[in-house]
Write a protein that binds this ligand. Structure first.
Ligand code: ADP
Ligand code: 5GP
Length: 194
């Protein structure tokens, strides 16, 4: 089966594909995706909703920051492709607009990735791993996460990794950032060619 979402045709001659980038907190997903989007204008990054508060220094458009009430109303109205509760906050991907013809990138945790795979089995899941747990810890600390969040995310990573590895179409270790992005570009091109 080709890696396509079943929608009417598009300006690029094929239906948009969904690429899901997942991996434990602090592995570098956000950083990787930022570079990836500058490398490929045929990709469109989905903006998630969350009930978590904005981090100091975090961009206003990193998420749609919202309340639990409005998240639940949107969810109950069928507004999310997938959603989950992660470490006490809701996160959700709005049902994507496939009309632009661009392929869609989701940067989400594994429970959501699993839901997308069920709804769109042809979607492509790229799971990112840290070079080591110690390096992941250094990245979380370096990003400014408070101690208890670092512990929480490292603990959560132990649960997430086996699930992500079992679901993944491709796995990439984020050691050198530019090499990682090159590997993602290669995986994306490979699946476009199928
Ligand atoms: P995630 O989105 O997976 O939670 P982030 O993108 O916020 O992770 O990255 C966590 C921290 O790790 C950031 O400070 C980022 O600059 C850093 N980082 C990301 N990729 C690399 C890399 N390949 N090498 C070193 N540091 C990295
Ligand atoms: P953070 O709070 O660090 O921004 O995100 C916490 C986790 O939620 C990360 O693993 C991130 O990839 C994930 N996430 C972000 N948006 C979504 C979403 O829309 N759905 C799901 N399931 N996870 C998301």
């Amino acid at each position: 089966m080709s890696g396509r979402v079943s929608t009417p045709g598009s300006s690029t001659g094929h239906a948009p594909r969904i690429f899901v980038i997942s991996g434990p907190g602090g592995v570098g997903k956000g950083t990787i995706v930022d570079v990836l989007m500058t490398r490929d204008p045929r990709l469109s990054l989905s903006r998630s909703w969350t009930t978590r508060t904005q981090r100091p220094g975090e961009r206003d458009d990193a998420y749609v920051f919202t309340t639990r009430d409005s998240f639940e109303s949107h969810r109950d109205a069928g507004g999310f492709l997938e959603w989950t509760e992660f470490l006490g906050n809701y996160y959700g991907t709005p049902v994507p607009d496939l009309s632009s013809g661009r392929d869609i990138v989701l940067e989400i945790e594994v429970d959501g990735a699993q839901q997308v795979k069920v709804r769109h089995p042809e979607s492509v899941l790229i799971f990112i791993l840290p070079p080591s747990r110690d390096e992941q810890r250094r990245r979380l600390v370096g990003r400014g996460d408070p101690d208890h969040k670092v512990q929480e995310r490292l603990r959560k990573a132990e649960e997430e990794e086996p699930i992500g590895l079992a679901l993944a179409d491709a796995t990439v270790v984020n050691d050198d950032l530019m090499r990682t992005v090159d590997e993602l570009v290669a995986v994306i091109e490979h699946h476009r060619g199928r």
